[in-house]
Write a protein that binds this ligand. Sequence first.
Ligand code: IVH
Length: 680
Amino acid sequence: MPDTVPPQIAERARWLREEIERHNYNYYVLDRPTIPDADWDRLFAELRALEAQYPQLATPDSPTQRIGAPPRADLAAVRHAVPMLSIRSETDATAQAAYAFDARIRRELGLSVKDPPVEYSAELKFDGLAINLRYEEGVLVLGATRGDGMTGEDVTANVRTIRQIPLRLHTPQPPPVVEVRGEVFIRREDFERLNAQLQAQGEAPYVNPRNTAAGSVRQLDPAVTARRPLSFFAYGIGEVVGWELPPTHSALLDQLARWGVPVNDLRAVVYGGQGLAAYYQRIITLRQHLPFDIDGVVYKVNALAWQQRLGFVTREPRWACAHKFPPQEATTTVLDIEVQVGRTGAITPVARLAPVFVGGATITNATLHNEDEVRRKDVRIGDTVIVRRAGDVIPEIVGVVLERRPPHTQPFRMPSRCPVCGSRIERPEGEAVARCTGGLYCPAQRKQALLHFASRRALDIEGLGEKLVDQLVDSGLVRDPSDLFKLDVPTLAALERMGEKSAANLVAAIARAKETTLERFIYALGIRHVGESTARDLARHFGSLDALMAADEAALLQVPDVGPVVAASILRFFAEPQNRQVIGKLRAAGLRWPEGGPQSARACGPLTGKTFVLTGTLPGMTRQEAAARIEAAGGRVSETVSKKTDYVVAGADPGSKLLRARELGVPVLDAEAFKRLLEG
Ligand code: IVH
């Protein structure tokens, strides 16, 4: 071993270490790589070569040490400098627990009603394995599991393989000692990919992300840990030497983030029981969109001085509590499997279930999506199944409990005829979904089409609800949307549960709907894949219905956000004689909208060609105003975040669109930045 390292080599190695770690941070923490993978590989190879030549360069904080440390016979025990506590858990899955916690804190702090609301740090409760990361002079020197809270296991070599965990804290200068505490976990997508790999190799899949994360960290061979897609979020600290702590827990987490430690940004500073309860509700609705599992939220008194004053009971701090979510899974039995017909004729198998309480509601049916899905899961009538209801998503069947399958069950078979109209069911080559071929002839599709036609953002016919549509279609009064305009008061008043007055109101509402806009009309037609924003783009681009109806594929592809699938669907719709006939009848009935030339409405301005997606509330501006200002400056507003989105504007309480933007690396503007952009 050459015993001295030339200074320029040492300098180069230092530079490489920092550069690689910086790119690791961009890639694994920010999800925003700034160099191609091949360049990263080159940097890494160069560092490895230098370290091979001068082994003294292979410092513990070198990115090369993230892989390949030798396996060990067992995990050594380490005593925690500061015990790793657990937190008291509220299983009362109503917002009530949030108020109860706040009341307890106020009582224990001796606050009266006159005192202002208590400030809290509200956070996600990650579902993984707790670990302690000890940094000395900014360098990761020890990683330990929680163990019994006093003594854990030394998993240093394993945590070094987790790319999201910095081996060295970033500047500003970290203190001589700081212990970072947080959770190692696996993202759902990574978990599914890992299981797919295992299954492809003929191995048994893992049960859930949490156990897999825990098992992976406690591996004896770090090379195994290195192959597992582990993630990390910090939520607190342990021992600290030589650092004057900030006044609040939230500021402490901000500092960890500045040091390059991943800290989740769905945390919030909130006030009083009301603030906690609102946070709880918000996270419940976001939960299903998160890329990882959580089992609740955690509330912490934000002021560290107050935390100290509140202290601990046995091994739980009085200043924190976990608020669990209702369980999302339960078992029940399948009473029947039926098929439903959608507005576009899509046939969806649905399992009728023995009622079961799950995810905060009683469910009696669960979608089976399509034929392949039923076959894959092999769900049969009589089966005991695990159902999952996540937030407001449609309940799903996770799987069958095969041990409890009764004898003589039959695999599900898709019916060959539509249960509503008896037309043939067809499944186009290469498509997952089977469809009823009955079109507007099929009452199921007719009813749905009418409801869509009359819906608020289409022709907005007030008072035309589900019950009435059922009556109108079943009585044969309405076969397609144009028949609506023939209805008169006496006919309507003769219907069951319909008075003279409501009949008159409805007739007036229908008459009002004749005066509409081209974009509403296009949207109202219910063309597959043509939602509100596509309808708006089509209306703007073509300027008139005739121009749209005459457009060929090439012309349609000119429209923003219209790709081959949407174009094909539009062409198919207008090629259908029945649809053209209905449009003709609607025009004859007196439906009107202003028509301009192509692109007439599109302004030219500083935002021309830019696509925006709005989420959350902006101070002093409604969503409609924000959209109008973007459009006035030449930009467009879209509903969904995609790679084509130029900016996501995130106001207060943003939704899943913000998460999606982060995933795709779409730039996010806050209210301030958005205003600056508008002002050019
Ligand atoms: S704070 C003294 N915050 O939940 C307070 N814990 O018993 C220490 N957990 O196993 C915990 N997310 O690993 C805290 N945002 C969060 C958390 C969190 C998950 C885990 C933690 C521990 C358990 C609490």
